[in-house]
Design a protein around this ligand. Structure first.
Ligand code: 4AD
Ligand code: MG
Length: 501
């Protein structure tokens, strides 16, 4: 059966026609004999006008009693109207209230993030979430298309495993019929087995890390895409990561214009991220942290944040001064803006607290350490597009990394750091392919050899040079959206303190 209603996103194909829409009431403005209903159906928003003189009594009553988020069905004539959301307006001829919503907890006024996260099951209906999660969908489709067009097979790694991949400190352990099992931290080891069987593969699945810190970059459950390729070296792998990210960005720019606009995303940094990602060695990155230029950048940033904060304080005071005389709609506008101002103010306060610490730790950074989130942020400030940092000291890298034949202190790893302070979105590199070396590393990392017996087999039967990486989906979507925190890029975020909804 084909549905007898149309999607709001398809109104453009029905100009001048009578259509049926089904969805929810997003917003309502009323004046005498008129209701302006903004309706949403998941595909978009549309203004629907109910004129008392043009509908029967039961339709009018439906419009009268429809509350925010009530489910509704209506019929009406589609006309183009550039000024309206979505570019079309529906002149309603019939309306039916499917379910009258109770008083909706999320109102147009500003709510705190905790409140919104507690109501995530409802918050998903808002316009901002609509934009972010549709961009997530675009990123997912780009990734599949990119790899499929290049002959990669999508293969699934197990979620329940007996082996740690990325160190033992973030393992979720569980009881598995009398023995220990873990939720997978990465599909890589199984990906390597699949690459030896199928050449080029990618996994696309949930991964888990018991992250005990609350940051804007960490979830305990996140989605990772992990290509693994036989006969690939580090350079080929960096190239692949660049081309994949470039594809994600160009698809988002082409297909998500409306969504990026809702988020007020500055498109210039995305447009610059279509090619030519600089390759930066670890050594060069350390020099950047120690540089005079970094110190100057931090100081300038502190100055500009301070003047931004002053301007916001002034704006907020002006809003308060005019509030008393303002009309109802103006008050609402002031309320919304005040919320934005407060949110930005607290971001600025946080940054002003952090920046001096960041600078200090950058200046004192010692060769051989891993970059922290703040180091990554400062490094990316020096570039206007993603960069690929490569060849790290092996000390802080995973047991499976291959050594650089040119410099035994280094591992052939690489990280892609997104610009604008977003930091690491991809981590990977070349894998150790020598059995003896790998066995040795497992021991040195204090891992149980027994659990890796099957993995060692890959180095026993036709071992070849191979490489791969993992792309963090939520971090990538956070960057594409240009938003502050990754918790909004997954429908239901799991973090240290959140298991509901
Ligand atoms: O750098 P990571 O730890 O690399 C691996 O797991 C490799 N085994 C991947 C491989 O080579 N096949 O993680 C890869 C990416 C990170 O760059 C980051 O984008 C994301 O996964 N990531 C997280 N995203 C959200 N929350 C977390 N707690 C994350 N930990 C890693
Ligand atoms: Mg990493």
């Amino acid at each position: 059966m084909t549905p007898d209603h149309v999607d709001i996103s398809a109104l453009k194909n029905h100009e001048g026609q009578s259509v049926t829409l089904r969805g929810w009431l997003y917003n309502k403005r009323s004046s005498k004999g008129l209701h302006f209903l903004v309706m949403r159906d998941g595909t978009g928003l549309s203004q629907c006008v109910v004129n008392q003189g043009e509908v029967d009594e039961s339709s009018w009553q439906a419009a009268e009693s429809a509350t925010q988020e009530s489910s509704i069905e209506l019929k009406g004539l589609v006309r183009a109207d550039e000024k309206q959301v979505g570019g079309y307006e529906v002149q309603v001829t019939e309306m039916n209230l499917i379910h009258q919503a109770e008083e909706y907890p999320i109102t147009p006024k500003e709510h705190g993030v905790d409140f919104l996260m507690n109501h995530r099951h409802l918050w998903l209906r808002s316009r901002r979430q609509w934009a972010i999660l549709r961009i997530r969908n675009s990123v997912i489709m780009s990734i599949h298309n990119f790899f499929q067009e290049r002959g990669f097979l999508q293969m699934d790694a197990p979620i329940l495993t007996g082996t740690a991949v990325e160190g033992t400190s973030t393992l979720f352990e569980m009881e598995y019929f009398g023995r220990s099992a873990y939720l997978t931290q990465s599909g890589q080891l199984h990906g390597e087995a699949m690459a030896m069987a199928f050449g080029k593969i990618y996994t696309f699945g949930p991964t888990f890390r018991a992250e005990k810190s609350k940051t804007r970059r960490h979830l305990t459950e996140f989605w990772m895409i992990e290509p693994e390729m036989a006969f690939y070296d580090l350079e080929m792998t960096m190239q692949l990561a660049e081309e994949m990210l470039s594809r994600i960005v160009s698809d988002a720019l082409a297909n998500c214009q409306a969504e990026l606009e809702v988020l007020d995303r500055d498109l210039e940094p995305l447009k610059r991220s279509l090619s030519d990602y600089p390759r930066v060695s670890y050594d060069e990155a350390v020099e950047i942290l120690h540089s005079e230029k970094t110190r100057k950048m931090v100081e300038d940033k502190i100055e500009s944040l301070k003047s931004e904060a002053t301007a916001l304080t002034t704006e907020s005071a002006e809003g308060k001064a005019t509030y008393g005389q303002a009309k109802k709609w103006q008050k609402r506008k002031i309320d919304v803006r005040e919320g934005e101002i407060q949110r930005r103010q607290s971001e600025i306060e946080e940054e002003l607290r952090n920046l001096p610490k960041w600078l200090k730790s950058a200046q004192e950074f010692e060769w051989g350490n891993d970059f922290g989130g703040s180091d990554e942020t400062l490094i990316t400030w020096h570039y206007d597009r993603p960069i690929i940092v490569h060849r790290f000291p092996h000390g802080f890298k995973a047991f499976y990394m291959k050594r650089d034949p040119e410099d035994d202190r280094l591992a052939l790893g690489m990280d892609v750091l997104a610009p604008e302070g977003y930091g690491e979105i991809v981590g990977g590199g070349e894998r150790a392919d020598d059995l003896g070396f790998l066995q040795d590393q497992v021991k040195k990392h204090g891992l149980p050899e027994e659990a890796f017996k099957w993995y060692f087999d890959l180095r026993r039967y036709g071992s070849v040079q191979h490489a791969g990486y993992g792309l963090g989906l939520e971090r990538t979507v956070t960057w594409i959206c240009g938003i502050h925190h990754l918790r909004e890029t997954i429908p239901f975020a799991r973090t240290l303190d959140r298991l509901y909804p």
